[in-house]
Design a protein around this ligand. Structure first.
Ligand code: SF4
Length: 383
C-alpha cells in the first residue's frame, strides 16, 4: 500500500517561521492545477497500477486556497490514474481563515475524510507574533465548522516555545484541545530556520529565542497532560485519541512507498518496478519552473538518487525511533542487514543506563520519555 502527497504552494501571507515552499498573493491558479494534473498523469502511467493507494494528503502551502472545483479536478485525476480501491484516508490541510462551514462541507462531500487545521495557537498575541493570517476567533470557529461539516477525524497543529510566550498560554492551548475532545494534535517546537523572517529578526537582535529549558518544559508538559487525558503519544510530535492516528504518516515511518506531486514535493519508492532498488526524488522549489517543465513534457525534478542499504538502514532507524511502536530488531536485521543486538550491544546498554531508551522487550527498541527529547543524538550514537 502506498501514499500520495500533493503540495499546494499558495498562502495568504508569510508566517515568520516558515521555510516550506509557497508563494503569496495569487488567488487563481489554473496553470498550477493543469501542471499538477499533468504530473499525476505522468506518474500514474508509470506507478499507477503497481500498488494500491491507501492514503492521500493535501499539504502545503495552504491547500484550502484551492476552490472546491480545483480540488475535485485533482481528485478526479487521481482516480483516473491510480488504484484507489483500497483508499482509507484523505487528509486536507486547512487554515482557519478558509474554514467556512460551506467550504468544509464541500470538502467532505468530495470524499475528504480527515482535516488538519493550522491553528498553531488559540491566543491572539501568539498569532500576531507569527504573522498568521487568522484570528483566535477563527481558530475556534474552524473546529466548530469541521464538526458541523461532518468531520469526526481531524488534527490541529500547535506550536510551542515562542519567544516570551508564557508557559500558561501553552498549557491553555493544550487544555482547549482536550476540552474540545479534538481527536489528534501535532505539537511542534518553534525552530529558527535560515531564510525565514524569524531568522533575520533573531540575527538583528529583534527577537530573543526561547531557551532550551522552556522547550523542554513545554514538551514535558504536553506529554504528561495529553497522555493523562487519554491521548496516545504515538510519535515524537503527534498525539491521538485511540483510533485516530494518522495513517498517512505511518506510511512514512514504516518506509512505505509514496509519491509527491507539486513543487518541492518529495517521493520515495522501493521495489522491483518500474526499476529495481530504492529511489528518492524531489521536485523543483519554484512554481513557474515547475509549470514550465511540465508544459514542455519534462519531469519537474530537482534531484533523483538511488539509495544504498546503509542509507536506508540509517533512515529507517531514525523513522522508527520517532514512533512509540519503536524498532523491531529482528525485522531490522532481516530487511536492512543491521543486527543492533550483536553489533551495538554496549551502546544499547549505555543508553538504557542513561534512561534514554526503554529496556528491550519483545524485540522492540523504544525511546524513553527522556529519550524523546534527543532522538537525533540517540540515532547518531547507534550508527
Ligand atoms: S500558512 Fe503554512 S505554509 Fe503558509 S506561510 Fe504559514 S506556515 Fe508556511
Amino acid at each position: 500500500m502506498a501514499g500520495i502527497y500533493l503540495h499546494i504552494p499558495f498562502c495568504k501571507q508569510r508566517c515568520i517561521y516558515c521555510d516550506f515552499y509557497f508563494v503569496t498573493g495569487q488567488r487563481l491558479h489554473p496553470t498550477f492545477v493543469q501542471a499538477l494534473c499533468t504530473e499525476i498523469e505522468y506518474y500514474g502511467q508509470l506507478y499507477g497500477r503497481l500498488e494500491p493507494i491507501e492514503t492521500i494528503y493535501f499539504g502545503g502551502g495552504t491547500p484550502s486556497r484551492l476552490s472546491l472545483e480545483e480540488v475535485a479536478r485533482v481528485l478526479n485525476e487521481l482516480y483516473r490514474y491510480f488504484d484507489l480501491s483500497a483508499l482509507q484516508e484523505v487528509t486536507f490541510e486547512v487554515n482557519p481563515e478558509d474554514a467556512s462551514r460551506d467550504y468544509l462541507s464541500g470538502l467532505h462531500s468530495l470524499g475528504i475524510n480527515r482535516l488538519s487545521i493550522g491553528v498553531q495557537s488559540f491566543y491572539e498575541a501568539d498569532l500576531r507574533f507569527m504573522n498568521r493570517a487568522h484570528t483566535a476567533e477563527q481558530a475556534e470557529a474552524a473546529i466548530e465548522n469541521a464538526r458541523r461539516a461532518g468531520f469526526e477525524n481531524f488534527n490541529v497543529d500547535l506550536i510551542f516555545g515562542l519567544p516570551d510566550q508564557p508557559l500558561e498560554y501553552w498549557m491553555a492551548n493544550l487544555q482547549k484541545v482536550a476540552d474540545r475532545d479534538i481527536p489528534h494534535v501535532s505539537t511542534y517546537s518553534l525552530t529558527i530556520e535560515p531564510r525565514t523572517v524569524l531568522y533575520k529578526q533573531v540575527e538583528r537582535g529583534l527577537v530573543q529565542p526561547a531557551d532550551e529549558e522552556t522547550y523542554r518544559a513545554c514538551y514535558d508538559f504536553a506529554m504528561e497532560y495529553l497522555e493523562a487525558r487519554g491521548y496516545e503519544h504515538y510519535e515524537i510530535s503527534n498525539f491521538a485519541r485511540p483510533g485516530y492516528q494518522s495513517r498517512h504518516n505511518h506510511t512514512y515511518w514504516r518506509h512505505g512507498n509514496y509519491l509527491g506531486f507539486g513543487p518541492s514535493a518529495h517521493s520515495f519508492w522501493w521495489g522491483q518496478l518500474p526499476e529495481p532498488g530504492a529511489y528518492r526524488w524531489a521536485n523543483v522549489r519554484n512554481l513557474r519552473r515547475y509549470e514550465a517543465l511540465l508544459a514542455q513534457h519534462h519531469l519537474p525534478l530537482e534531484f533523483r538518487e538511488g539509495l544504498s542499504y546503509d542509507q536506508l538502514a540509517e533512515e529507517y532507524l531514525y523513522l522508527r525511533l520517532r514512533t512509540a511502536e519503536g524498532l523491531d530488531l529482528d525485522h531490522y536485521a532481516e530487511r536492512y542487514g543491521v543486527d543492533l543486538l550483536s553489533e551495538r550491544l554496549d551502546e544499547l546498554a549505555e543508553l538504557e543506563a542513561e534512561g534514554l531508551i526503554e529496556p528491550i522487550r519483545n524485540g522492540k527498541l523504544r525511546l524513553s520519555r527522556k529519550g524523546r527529547h534527543v532522538c537525533d543524538a540517540i540515532v547518531a550514537r547507534l550508527l
